[in-house]
Design a protein around this ligand. Structure first.
Ligand SMILES: Nc1ncnc2c1ncn2[C@@H]1O[C@H](COP(=O)(O)OP(=O)(O)OP(=O)(O)O)[C@@H](O)[C@H]1O
Ligand SMILES: [Mg+2]
Length: 269
């Protein structure tokens, strides 16, 4: 069963997309593993553009063709039956991917239909948290690793990515402001775990007793204190060497080492 790893930080430009892409390529091409990338950065779609440049124009159009994560959230908002299918595309990098959809910007719990009872509302909120996880359940058997790139913000979409993930990678640029993003990430993981725990008590254990791993579901079974420790253990922090070039782009000398270290540690777990 494939492991799910999300690349998260509320800080922009710290290397999430670069790490996700390069680690994906290293796992697929060096370690010969089956890799699926979920691009949840709906605004930039950096990975989508790298894997298939012909899709970039869809970001200007405001919608990605085919069935994407966006449609799965929409099913929930329109109270339609939830189906896990999304369009998985092939790339020349030996990585499969689900492209980012600009319409994911509209994902919000505010769009959920309102339930008549607290229990119904809790069930809807939990369904919202589980949207990405439900999409990945049938795909986990087809891949060794599923990597999720994310948008730099704390959002409902990010929380759904955290719920679906077994591990989180939060790259850190070597400055104070960027390192502040790390406690925020741990806080978000803890927040998802705490929410699952309280929803579990409202809905009863079987409601979230699913066979998959998933950071939140796994941690939720162990109580808050264990969850905090586990979340801290699970979060892998990466750093790269950062120095400005004349063109202002920054040197990428740290990336190779970062990719080797993370892909080795990921593939040895
Ligand atoms: N380890 C590294 N060392 C040096 N430069 C890096 C490193 N990782 C990424 N970069 C450079 O930093 C810039 C931003 O990287 P990237 O787009 O991956 O960040 P991001 O966190 O995904 O940003 P955003 O949050 O805006 O999506 C790029 O120009 C990239 O080449
Ligand atoms: Mg990015």
């Amino acid at each position: 069963m494939g492991r799910v790893v999300c690349f998260i930080s509320e800080k922009g430009g710290v290397g999430k997309t670069t790490a996700c892409f390069e680690i994906g390529v290293a796992l697929a091409q060096t370690h010969k593993l089956k890799v699926l990338v979920i691009d949840a950065d709906y605004q930039r779609g950096g990975i989508t553009g790298r894997l298939d440049s012909s899709l970039i124009a869809n970001f200007t159009k405001g919608a990605m063709p085919g069935t994407t994560l966006y449609h799965k959230f929409q099913q929930l908002y329109s109270a339609s039956p939830q189906t896990p299918d999304v369009d998985v595309r092939k790339s020349t990098f030996k990585i499969d991917f689900v492209p980012a959809d600009p319409r994911l910007a509209s994902v919000s719990e505010d769009k959920l239909p309102s339930g008549k009872t607290i229990r119904q509302n809790s069930a809807l909120l939990l369904d919202h948290l589980m949207v990405i996880d439900k999409v990945l359940q049938p795909l986990r058997n087809d891949y060794d690793y599923i990597l999720i790139d994310s948008h730099p913000e704390v959002s409902s979409l990010l929380r759904a990515a955290i719920f679906a993930s077994d591990y989180a990678v939060s790259p850190v640029k070597l400055d104070l402001q960027s390192s502040i993003g790390v406690p925020t990430v741990i806080g978000e993981i803890d927040g998802v775990n705490d929410d699952v725990k309280s929803m579990q008590s409202t809905l009863g254990e079987p409601r979230v007793g699913r066979p998959g791993h998933g950071a939140a579901a796994d941690l939720g079974r162990h109580g808050v204190e264990d969850a905090r420790g586990d979340a801290a253990r699970r979060a892998a922090y990466c750093s790269g060497t950062w120095s400005s070039r004349d063109d202002g782009q920054g040197e990428v000398s740290g990336v190779g080492d970062l990719v080797m270290r993370v892909s080795q540690s990921v593939s040895s777990t």
